[in-house]
Design a protein. Structure first.
Length: 167
């Protein structure tokens, strides 16, 4: 090893005087396999997550309402509570239907997915909290009204998106 070090020290000037050709990097670069990072659209992922969450929420509410019946949620005799629950289910179905239409547009407008998903995720977190509150106290009209308002906001948002993209 000592001999190699001595050899390099003695000929250091010779090593430093050699410069690579100007075309060297271009030659190396042309031989490299060019890989492009896959385009990961924020819109696509957001929309997919939102759609899954909305469908899960609607399915959960539907299954629960079928098992106990909205009127059976309605072991409560208060018709106002029953009407509020039916209204909440109506908005949830409308949002789900509109999201299906938006999903069809993802191929044309892939950037939609992430923006929609992030907004809907925030609303979904609030919705789940409201749903937990409702489970604690089924007679709480304010909770049901807040759930309806949450779904109205979702519906307005997806309506605006559908009106803007026209696909």
């Amino acid at each position: 090893m000592k001999k190699l070090e001595d050899f390099v020290r003695e000929r250091r000037d010779e090593f430093d005087s050699k410069l690579p050709s100007v075309d060297l990097w271009e030659q190396i670069e042309s031989k490299l396999e060019k890989k492009h990072a896959p385009k990961f659209s924020f819109w696509k992922l957001s929309a997919a997550v939102a759609a899954v969450l909305i469908i899960a929420l609607v399915a959960t509410f539907y299954i629960e309402s079928q098992q106990s019946g909205i009127k059976g949620y309605g072991r409560v005799a208060d018709p106002e509570i029953v009407e509020l629950l039916e209204t909440e289910a109506f908005y949830a179905r409308k949002v789900s239907t509109h999201m299906k239409e938006i999903h069809k547009c993802y191929e044309i407008y892939p950037e939609l997915k992430f923006d929609i998903e992030s907004d809907l995720n925030e609303l979904d977190v609030m919705y789940r909290e409201l749903k937990n509150d409702l489970n604690d106290n089924i007679l709480n009209k304010e909770v049901i009204e807040a759930m309806i308002q949450n779904n109205r906001i979702r519906l307005e948002m997806v309506d605006r998106v559908l009106n803007q993209i026209n696909c």
